[in-house]
Design a protein. Structure first.
Length: 196
């Protein structure tokens, strides 16, 4: 019999184990520097990590940090052209060895050698971590999936790290309620955040 409380506690424990000394502030300053220079954050990942990356990109947009999601496979077929000289990359791979993501590092640096790379990963000693400027470590929690295979706990902590980056972007970027309202007009949030 599945014990729901055990699953919830494992997920909560994983969140509490995200290292607080990760370079969160430096990562957000990298994002903000790109935005001030007219650039953007280009977020990339594959599979479930990519889905969370797309969410992080759209959330950063709503708090004043221009961002897009770039699928690493499509990047190899021309979409890398979206990467500008003032952009920074936010790469997501729990294993830190996802082939398409690691290849994206080399392709991006061949196009723009000075591009800054921030990575979210569960593996500190991974190839992706080694070639990144800043690494946000998840704490590498075990998956709550009983098979130990389906991305579950790992995607939870990646999503929470994205939330931390968003909150810091609001704080460090001096983003206001009116700034939010200028970007988010529709739905409930648009009504709540409306210009005053």
């Amino acid at each position: 019999m599945v014990n729901i409380k055990d699953i919830l506690e494992a997920e909560a424990r994983a969140i509490r184990s995200i290292p607080a000394d990760n370079p969160f502030g430096d990562s957000v300053q990298c994002f903000l520097a790109s935005a001030r220079a007219g650039g953007k954050v280009v977020v990339s990942g594959v599979g479930k990590a990519g889905g969370i990356g797309a969410k992080i990109a759209t959330t950063l947009c709503s708090v004043g940090v221009p961002s897009i999601f770039l699928h690493p496979l499509e990047a190899q077929h021309g979409d890398l052209g979206v990467l500008g000289v003032h952009d920074c990359l936010l790469l997501i791979s729990n294993s830190g060895k996802t082939r398409e993501v690691v290849e994206l590092v080399h392709l991006a640096r061949r196009l723009h050698p000075e591009v800054r790379i921030v990575t979210i990963t569960g593996k500190r000693g991974s190839e992706l971590a080694a070639c990144s400027d800043l690494v946000l470590w998840t704490g590498d929690p075990a998956e709550v999936c009983p098979l130990g295979l389906a991305p579950t706990t790992s995607t939870t902590v990646i999503s929470v790290i994205g939330d931390v980056l968003t909150v810091l972007a609001v704080q460090l970027g001096g983003f206001t309620r009116n700034d939010y309202a200028l970007r988010h007009h529709g739905g409930y949030l648009g009504a709540v955040a409306k210009l005053r």
